[in-house]
Design a protein around this ligand. Structure first.
Ligand SMILES: Nc1nc2c(c(CN[C@H]3C=C[C@H](O)[C@@H]3O)cn2[C@@H]2O[C@H](COP(=O)(O)O)[C@@H](O)[C@H]2O)c(=O)[nH]1
Length: 309
């Protein structure tokens, strides 16, 4: 559980000292009141864009997908959907496309071609480097297979997050805030959640501690939480976001946006279980918040160049 305790404790630490973002407890009460009778259930892959064959190749696909699941906004026409669908089609055309030896050799133009994207991808060199890292470490420690990585976590999502962040530096999503190390682990956690969602809690998606996962702090969820009145921003931060000005990776503003989102949803979750007596999963709340966010055209989000989300 240690990896998930780190995420919860360090997010709470930030929320207690946050200057630019406020978690509004009356906003939480209101949001919870609205959804307590029926938390809107959103089906994983509601978009119908992911590869799924119920076997190890799906695990390889999801790991590659989540290795690249970040920073789409610098290209206004690009979104997560293009990535999920592009990788799915690439795999359908060539079952060995994500073999670890091929990942280690992939180039920017090849990745672009796989995704049928006509111009360089945002942070393309980093995306390529991360695929090389994934290929190399999978080969070195897991017989080239992401499915072996998942098999070695003993049906624990928290172990999987710990294992992924230990072996793959590109997944070590953390910052230092006011001298304190803060763990957010967005892509490592979403990998566990994607397995759970895709395999419907069975086989490679069976985790006996899926409730230990938090939400995935990206650039959509904070914007939704703000819209719901759960988060409030300082006027300076609000005007930076409104003007589409970039926020530096690791800046106090950026860490607060992400950590306060995790903390606020944990609070929502506590309140929901207190009121209904049922345990609510962060994974479910995340998917509801995120799917609401991407369907909301007018939602403005913060812009940070980051490989983590
Ligand atoms: N919190 C959270 N963030 C998520 C996802 C997903 C996709 N999850 C899949 C799993 C099952 C579903 O069926 C989904 O397809 C992507 N993102 C993040 O959003 C941003 C992309 O935005 P835009 O540029 O507009 O496409 C980017 O930071 C990306 O990393 C999620 O579920 N939760």
């Amino acid at each position: 559980m240690a990896a998930m305790d780190d995420v919860r404790a360090s997010s709470a630490w930030v929320a207690a000292r946050s200057a630019h973002v406020v978690v509004d407890s009356s906003g939480i009460e209101k949001a919870v009141e609205e959804i307590q009778d029926s938390i809107p259930k959103v089906k994983w892959d509601f978009e119908g864009i992911h590869y799924f064959d119920n076997g190890p190749l799906t695990v390889q696909y999801l790991f590659v997908l989540d290795a690249l699941n970040f920073c789409f906004w610098p290209d206004k026409d690009l979104s997560y959907d293009h990535l999920a669908l592009g990788l799915k089609e690439a795999l359908q055309n060539d079952k060995s496309v994500f073999d670890s030896d091929r990942l280690q050799k992939i180039t920017g133009p090849q990745l672009r071609e796989l995704l049928k994207w006509p111009r360089p991808l945002p942070l393309e060199n980093e995306r390529v480097r991360l695929l090389h890292e994934v290929g190399l470490e999978l080969e070195r420690s897991f017989e080239g297979k992401a499915s072996k990585l998942v098999e070695s976590c003993g049906k624990s999502a928290a172990n999987l997050v710990a294992l992924v962040t230990r072996h793959f530096p590109g997944f070590r999503d953390h910052s230092v805030y006011k001298g304190h190390q803060v763990f957010l682990y967005k892509r490592a956690q979403i990998f566990a959640a994607d397995l759970w969602g895709a395999f419907e809690g069975q086989g490679y998606g069976e985790f006996n501690d899926i409730s230990s996962i938090t939400i995935f702090a990206d650039y959509i969820v904070p914007a939704v939480l703000r819209q719901l009145g759960v988060l409030r921003y300082s006027s300076d931060l609000a005007s930076i976001i409104e003007a589409n000005r970039e926020i530096g990776s690791g800046s106090e503003e950026e860490v607060e946006l992400r950590a306060c989102s995790i903390y606020a949803v944990e609070k929502m979750r506590e309140l929901l279980s207190k009121k209904s007596g049922n345990q609510v999963l962060s994974v479910e709340l995340d998917l509801w918040l995120w799917s609401f966010g991407i369907q909301c055209q007018s939602l403005q989000h913060h812009r940070t160049l980051s490989i983590y989300y």
